[in-house]
Design a protein around this ligand. Structure first.
Ligand code: PLP
Length: 396
């Protein structure tokens, strides 16, 4: 049966990790895989999560099945975190939601929901976007098109190109937007630009599909949800995929949320039944453990404050690493102005160097990152930044 299947090439990012592990250069640096790392290169368990685990150990008294929608306290806590306590869509009972296996699971459930609603829908994604958006949405059978987003030559957003493309989108099509900390570029919309996206959505009647995987890593937990809240407050329908992998450090526990702002409380019930059926038909129910931890943290004032501090520490560390890299590059005489790195948000930056230069960084200096020139800022440390800056200056 399986002899008809071709061997697929290795995943480029995972292939990079394998090559990094095999590299014997003691100065090697891994800026590839998108996980947060501390100054020692570790991805620690957050203290708030450790405490929540202890609480859960005491209080959990059964491992029986949960329902396809997941842990209800997690869903309620996440909706409040994402939208605020008094968001009109929440108050009007217009939001359907399920806990999902990670942000990826949420993206897939929502893609299946779009497919069930209208299989002819085109989903518009930014050029570039996170590579996994394509199979997660495309494998549901939906057509994907791109809108311009990033201008590599100018190292910034091509907003004019983006907004004029969005003004051509067909009524009923779906537009995928990164709420904050755009992956892979780190270039985010300003509040004013979000306002223009809202106007385009109203004018063209497209449905925004907001992916929020780095809440708190950009400017702050409230600030990073500005665009999401604006769209959810002013449009009848919005799809939202959230991930707790990065900001709660719960990567392997697979915790995410799929939420849909619907037109009315009656529609909410219908859509809720649909997303639960979709979940039932793919994996039945989400793993409960990570969701239960987030539920504990978000409903305990002291733990929530501790978690907020931990998110803020991760964010400020990445911001200071950006500043450090920019100043080291200047200090070492880089022939290119890298100050745009300071403007970018979150865990990733596009260095805007050529694929040949990226390969040279890998082959000649053992500095590993993907060909697009996306680097994981959290992989930089005060120890390796000089070496990194010297390597970059020399390949330029
Ligand atoms: C833009 C974006 N969306 C969604 C995800 C999904 O993350 P996960 O499935 O690990 O929660 C990621 C993870 O890297 C991401 O970068």
């Amino acid at each position: 049966m399986f002899e008809v299947l071709p061997q697929l090439p290795a995943d480029p990012i995972l292939g990079l990790s394998t090559a990094f592990k095999a590299d014997t250069n003691p100065a090697k640096i891994d800026l590839g895989v998108g996980v947060y790392k501390d100054e020692n290169g570790r991805t620690p368990i957050l203290n708030s999560v450790i405490k929540a685990q202890q609480i859960l150990l005491q209080k959990e008294d059964s491992k029986t099945y949960i329902t396809p929608q997941g842990v209800q306290g997690f869903i309620d806590g996440m909706l409040q975190l994402l939208l605020g306590n008094s968001h009109p869509a929440l108050l009007a009972d217009r939001i359907s939601a399920v806990q999902a296996p990670g942000g990826c699971g949420a993206l897939r459930i929502l893609a299946e929901l779009i497919k069930r609603s209208n299989g002819e829908t085109t989903v518009w994604v930014s050029d570039p976007t996170w590579a996994n958006h394509i199979p997660l949405i495309g494998n549901a059978g939906l057509k994907i098109e791109t809108y311009p987003y990033f201008d590599k030559a100018a190292a910034g957003i091509n907003f004019e190109g983006m907004i004029s493309a969005l003004k051509q989108v067909k009524k009923g099509d779906v537009v995928l937007l990164h709420a904050c900390c755009h992956n892979p570029t780190g270039a985010d919309l300003t509040n004013e630009q979000w306002q223009q996206v809202l106007e385009a959505a109203k004018e063209r009647e497209f449905i925004p599909f907001v992916d929020i995987a780095y809440l708190g890593f950009g400017d702050g937990l409230e600030e990073d949800s500005y665009g999401l809240r604006l769209l959810c407050e002013n449009l009848p329908e919005v799809l939202v995929a959230a991930s707790c992998s990065k900001n709660f450090g719960l990567y392997r526990e697979r915790v995410g949320l799929a939420a849909i702002v619907t037109q009315s409380a009656d529609q909410r019930k219908i859509v809720q039944s649909q997303i639960q059926a979709i979940a039932r038909g793919i994996y039945s129910m989400p793993p409960s453990y990570g969701g239960a931890l987030v539920d504990i943290i978000l409903h305990d004032d002291a733990l929530k404050a501790e978690w907020q501090n931990e998110v803020s520490e991760m964010r400020t560390r990445m911001q200071s690493l950006r500043a450090l890299l920019v100043s080291k590059l200047q200090e070492k005489g880089a022939s290119k102005d890298f100050s745009f790195i300071n403007e970018q948000k979150g865990m990733f930056s596009f260095l805007c160097i050529s694929p040949e230069q990226v390969i040279k960084m890998r082959d000649d200096f053992s500095v590993y990152f993907v060909d697009s020139s996306r680097v994981n800022i959290a992989g930089i440390s005060t120890e390796n930044v000089d070496y990194l800056a010297e390597a970059l200056v020399s390949v330029l």
